[in-house]
Design a protein around this ligand. Sequence first.
Ligand code: PLP
Length: 451
Amino acid sequence: STITNHMPTEELQALDAAHHMHPFTANGELAQKGARVITRADGVTLTDSEGNQILDAMAGLWCVNIGYGRDELADVAARQMRELPYYNTFFQTTHRPAIELAQKIAQLAPGDLNNVFFAGSGSEANDTNIRMVRHYWALKGKPSKSIIISRKNAYHGSSVGSGSLGGMSAMHEQGGLPIPDVHHINQPNWWAEGGDMSPEDFGIARAQELEQAILELGEDRVAAFIAEPVQGAGGVIVAPDSYWPEVQKICDKYEILLIADEVICGFGRTGEWFGSQKLDIRPDIMTIAKGLSSGYAPIGGSVVSDEVASVIAQSEFNHGYTYSGHPVAAAVALENLRILEEENILGHVRDVAAPYLKEKWESLVAHPLVGEAKIVGMMGSIALTPHKESRAAFAAETGTVGYICRERCFANNLVMRHVGDRMIISPPLILKPEEIDMLMDRALTSLDECY
Ligand code: PLP
């Protein structure tokens, strides 16, 4: 039978529970409760099957940077599907959307990151990176350089490779992760782990763990260090200012390739095209996805320096995906980048949205439940705490405060996400000041209801 948005919500929920396995979800629990059915979206607002209008302060999954409802992207997708819906880029063939998108990304990317290896998602792109950096060192005559250093609580995707790079213990407990030759160091999360140190001293200390790891593992064994400029799914953890300059120095000193995972930070989220530019990081490879197409089509990739690309070009790199450079996804991404550029959406972030949101967001520390409030561009977090001075966490049995807060937000027509007891936002970049006011009103109401 035909399923429509006009069916009663309970019926849609029952059908969903019968056949649909949701990612990162306790599906048994969800089946009892029923998934919220989203039917449409426009601008920064979702509509659900009950007719609620919900402010999406997560831009979907950190991806709908230009906002919902842009017909131009639908038109481009339909045109491209009619002209050339698919062709591969494996066997010495190419096509206009892949050429044009690679050229455009090279133009936007910093430094000599002029080369793009396309994938269908961020996870796939990070799998590419694992193989590419190891192959790079093998071609340079140093095949022993195979270890990739990553960080605890990082998120780099959910495939076996990218999930191994990630440092989420809950993921590593299931399904046989991680793969060999991945080493995790501590994250620069001062609020949770900084103890009595100043944030600046802590930032240096956590960066120096990279150097210690390189020395312990052996410089001749380490291929690369991968990190998100601002840790996203781990709870929008903003490193102290001292952290990144020290990390960059260490990567340069030991000739370790630096991979910046820009899947969230890229395409305007921090107010620059890439988080690396905002934080003065000089990566050899950037992972991209999400905001590349504003989530309108699945596409990701690795943006690679001239040096690395020229070495990889010496022989056949036995790697790729059916949808590498998919023409429809590439055309949609190009149209998204055109809109970001022509409508000066980064300028809106820098001059209007981010400064106003920062002022409002940081004022949340006045709330009795809120410890720190952090924000970079259009990604922010608050740490919920029972005791601000000691930066205490909620005890395990009340450790669901973040979950309760997220539920209150949903009831108040606001999508905020929680990671443990951190509440996080990553709204569409087009957010207007009056929508920021609405976001803050609903967030404060929800916090009050948790207190
Ligand atoms: N890298 C980072 C930093 C991410 O946040 C994500 C997804 O949230 C990924 C990689 C994985 O991307 P995807 O879900 O498109 O595979």
